[in-house]
Write a protein that binds this ligand. Structure first.
Ligand code: GLU
Length: 474
């Protein structure tokens, strides 16, 4: 019965970082599996020895883990299964569905050049196919590839996203299954694995659509049932061209390093080409899994809007607790980050003002700077350090706050406002210089919250320092 169970797979080739398009494919596979109570396998397609690298495989695995794509099985490495692919290719030779081809690169190049100069589409001449069919003896030690015998007729399938798709077998060459270096091609390894691993649904990028008829022929040749296919439309950049480095970051890691939290990137990618109805923008994994179906994915390409991702990340930061944010924030806090206990209140205070973890870390710096090394922003100095008897005003503010007991948001605010009233100035004339004293900046979270988080002692010390600096600042 287990065979009937839905199973999907994400099958990246480890030739680089996890591209956001790949990350979305992984997410869609996972959501579909979760929605229908199926499973998801992670398979590393590393049979291309030239281009595949173990460190890329490891990076992809860790990016997926970071993103929260929790697969059920694997990672399985295709490089561990090379014998299996050879074995299955031999089976196809034994059943006359494939043959050894001894044509040399030079011969094939000559055929290709001849076709080009004749202005016809190149197709393999079928020389070795005819030899095999005539039963000519075949030296299996001479260099050769193994080719699949493509028949004729239409190859039709129903794509969950694109609907009915049809290819003509006549247009498909006898494609290679095993290369002359004895390594399988993608077509062979992917189908052998999808059969052995009991995959029921293949959801992958649109760029594989033209491979699918070949795969269907192979499934049939092996007498296996053909899985359902869903070809995901491209992701476009702001320039409406395929998303690429030209227009910004393309790997999940780059977004991580920019300070995007994985939950936000997951949410964002989930909505690239799918929507849960209405104009809903924020959706949890569980809700998405409840609603998701590959059949509802848009046919049209999705456009990747980095501004929207930043907005969404800000929404996540605003909603997450300091404790949830903390593990993601640590890499942005420098070499010697303080313990969570010291950071918690500062994170809470600043999290709704940042769009990225990088921005959040930056907003937090004044809280951890030495009182003696606050830098005063020149524009803010110009704007706020003026007016009659500035020094006297600030000294009185210092003494008023020093006398405030207990020192909390309500008491310190009331004390400042009472002083402003007594002096006949607007509260802003005290608030802005206070902000400058405490943070060095013209903008910050509500200043009384800042003061309380800093504590009375540091508040007074910072205020005192600004007063002492006034002659050199204004
Ligand atoms: N390994 C292929 C790729 O990275 C995907 C294969 C598939 O999903 O069938 O493009």
């Amino acid at each position: 019965m287990l065979r009937d169970r839905m199973k999907l797979r994400f099958a990246p080739s480890p030739t680089g970082f996890l591209h956001v398009g790949g990350a979305r494919t992984a997410i869609f596979n996972l959501l579909h599996a979760r929605h229908f109570g199926g499973r998801m396998l992670l398979r590393i397609e590393d049979t291309d020895v030239e281009r595949s690298k173990q460190h890329h495989a490891e990076q992809i695995v860790s990016s997926l883990q970071w993103l929260g794509v929790a697969w059920d099985e694997g990672p399985v490495y295709q490089s561990d299964r090379l014998d299996r692919y050879r074995e299955r290719a031999e089976e196809l030779i034994a059943s006359a569905k494939a043959y050894r081809c001894y044509c040399t690169v030079e011969e094939l190049d000559a055929e290709r050049t001849a076709a080009e100069s004749a202005g016809t589409a190149y197709r393999y001449s079928g020389k070795c196919r005819r030899r095999a069919e005539a039963g000519e003896p075949q030296p299996d030690d001479a260099p050769h590839v193994i080719r699949f015998k493509v028949g004729s007729g239409a190859i039709e399938f129903h794509d969950l996203i694109r609907g009915d798709v049809r290819f003509e077998a006549e247009l498909i060459d006898d494609f290679v299954l095993i290369r002359s270096d004895d390594h399988p091609t993608y077509h062979l390894s992917v189908v052998v694995d999808d059969i052995d691993m009991e995959i029921t649904h293949v959801a992958r990028g649109d760029d594989h659509l033209s491979n699918t008829p070949k795969h269907i022929l192979l499934f049939r040749a092996f007498g296996a049932s053909v899985p359902s296919f869903a070809h995901l439309p491209l992701i476009l950049g702001g320039d409406r061209k395929r998303l690429s480095k030209r227009t910004g970051a393309t790997s999940a890691e780059e977004y991580r390093d920019m300070g995007i939290v994985p939950q936000a990137l997951f949410n964002f990618l989930t909505l690239l080409g799918w929507n849960p109805g209405g104009d809903r923008e924020l959706i949890s994994f569980d809700e998405a899994a409840q609603l998701f179906d590959l059949a509802d994915v848009n046919k049209a390409p999705a456009v990747f809007d980095p501004e929207k991702l930043l907005w969404m990340n800000g929404q996540y930061l605003m909603r997450m607790s300091a404790d949830e944010i903390h593990p993601h924030l640590v890499p942005f806090l420098g070499d010697d980050p303080r313990p969570l206990e010291e950071l918690r209140a500062v994170i809470e205070l600043n999290k709704s003002r940042a769009r990225t973890l990088k921005e959040l870390a930056e907003l937090m710096t004044p809280f951890f700077t030495d009182d003696a090394s606050i830098d005063y922003d020149a524009d803010a100095v110009k704007k706020h350090l003026k007016g009659d008897d500035l020094a006297g005003r600030l000294r009185e503010l210092h003494d008023t706050l020093a006398a405030t007991e207990p020192f909390d948001v309500a008491t310190s605010e009331a004390a400042l406002r009472a002083l402003a009233e007594a002096r006949g100035v607007s509260a802003a004339k005290l608030i802005h210089p206070l902000r400058l004293a405490l943070t060095g900046r013209g903008a910050s979270p509500p200043i009384f919250d800042v003061a309380v988080v800093l504590g009375k002692e540091r508040t007074l010390r910072r205020l005192q320092r600004l007063i002492e600096r006034l002659p050199s600042l204004v």
